[in-house]
Ligand binder design. Structure first.
Ligand SMILES: *Cc1c(COP(=O)(O)O)cnc(C)c1O
Length: 424
């Protein structure tokens, strides 16, 4: 327990103390919903973050898949500066040409047709969930159900936490939003079984690669079977690409590794490189379901966020960063396999592009602090999965250093020296 935090009003300590003690970080006035590491950053340069004490850290998490172009990208900065001087917000009471432009870009990239803009991933999914319910009602289904996956993560609003497959996210917030039916990932028979027994189903919502759940991919075969099932049952296939979108996996959207097209796709995180923006994109089957008055967002699709979104997309394509993510991801996965595959504690190494998970055979959240002490920022999810979401602008050298350092840390943490050496 931190007893220093109990004296509030009279505490004259500076906000961020120069002391190395973690207890000196003042978290008064902040609702303690996050377990934060005792460090703050002042500046970013590409894949590097510089702490308030001037230490440099290689960023393998990118603000949780947000800063795909790295920190302080000059083109994004220029757009921010230029657009901030011109116009930030008008509301959706008026035409917004920059929103039109971004919508057209996203429609062309996704092969879909209409965009609803909001400010976060949860909101993008909230829009998709509302759309699916409306689609159901328009078909005469009074109590529409959406199939969602075990271990899914769709956000922290009431509907999206109810759609998530994690008790940790839901506990204490009951009553949950009803109308979700859960199924195991990559099990088409489970879905067919639901189809045969539940005439209320109107849609399936899933992440092509589960992020928070521990980097679990929906197989290509499964996705194409889902597409067939959704066509046969007249369900909407809705993909949550909040984390896997915007080039991270080596295609703009992760479903573009397959031949299927969803009816609805949501994204957020990487689209604004740190400026909040989310979007729910619909194809022909889901088009025109939402009408005036059905949904809205005051901030959503404002000129500022949309200018930045377009600038991020342009940079991803102009600088070849999506192919880069694919190549770099292969390189990093190869090296991880080389280093860790034959150890008896590495359960699996998986992912696509720069969305990588290394599952160990025991809880490993301590690795986050151990890595930080060596100048590397990583994340651990689902207790035993080291998750890497580095920026797409990483150089080969930086990627190699990242993997070398990480593997060394994992080996030490797992007590590799006490185990029998690998056959060489
Ligand atoms: C992060 C995430 C969300 C929630 O996004 P927020 O911007 O935090 O609301 C939803 N779905 C997936 C797959 C995510 O990774």
């Amino acid at each position: 327990m931190n007893t220093q935090n109990t004296n509030t009003q009279t505490n004259q300590e500076p906000l961020i103390s120069s002391s190395s003690s973690s207890s000196k970080f003042n978290q008064n006035y902040i609702m303690p919903v996050y377990n934060r590491l005792p460090i703050a950053f002042e500046k970013g340069e590409g894949p590097w973050l510089i702490s308030t004490k001037g230490e440099r850290f290689l960023d393998a998490i990118s603000g949780i898949a947000v800063c795909g172009l790295g920190h302080a990208h000059p083109i994004v900065n220029k757009t921010i500066e230029t657009q901030a001087k011109k116009l930030i917000h008008t509301s959706n009471l008026y035409q917004i040409p920059l929103q039109q432009t971004l919508a057209e870009e996203l429609a062309k990239i996704s092969g879909l047709s209409e965009c609803f803009f909001c400010n976060s991933g949860a909101e993008a999914n909230e829009a998709a969930i509302k759309l699916a319910r409306l689609y159901g009602h328009q078909k005469g289904i009074q109590n529409p159900h959406i199939i969602v996956m075990e271990n899914a993560f769709h956000g922290r609003t009431l509907a999206t936490l109810s759609a998530s497959g994690s008790r940790k996210v839901q506990a204490g917030f009951e009553p949950l939003v009803s109308g979700f039916t859960r199924a195991p990932l990559n099990d088409i028979d489970a879905l067919k079984n639901i189809a045969n027994n539940n005439p209320q189903v109107v849609a399936i919502l899933l992440e092509p690669i589960q992020g928070e759940g521990g980097i679990h991919s929906a197989s290509t075969e499964y996705l194409s079977q889902i597409r067939t099932l959704c066509d046969a049952e007249n369900w909407l296939l809705m993909l949550d690409e909040v984390q896997s979108g915007n080039g991270r996996t080596g295609k703009y959207f992760a479903y573009q590794h397959t031949y299927i097209k969803p009816d609805v796709v949501t994204t957020a995180k990487g689209l604004g490189n740190g400026i909040p923006i989310g979007v729910c994109i619909t194809g022909v089957k889901a088009q025109n379901v939402m009408q005036a008055g059905n949904h809205g967002s005051t901030f959503g699709g404002n000129p500022f966020a949309c200018a930045v979104g377009s600038s991020v997309i342009e940079t991803l394509f102009n600088e070849g960063l999506i192919e880069r993510a694919a190549k770099l991801g292969d390189r990093m996965l190869d090296q991880l396999h080389e280093e860790l595959e034959r150890t008896d504690y590495t359960h699996s190494i998986r992912g696509k592009g720069l969305m990588i998970g290394i599952e160990l055979d025991k809880p490993c959240s301590e690795l986050v602090s151990l890595a930080k002490a060596k100048g590397l920022l990583i994340n651990v999810t689902a207790e035993r999965v080291v998750r890497l979401l580095p920026p797409l602008i990483l150089s080969d050298q930086e990627a190699d250093n990242m993997i070398t350092l990480l593997c060394k840390l994992i080996k030490t943490f797992m007590g590799d020296d006490r185990r029998k050496p690998r056959p060489s």
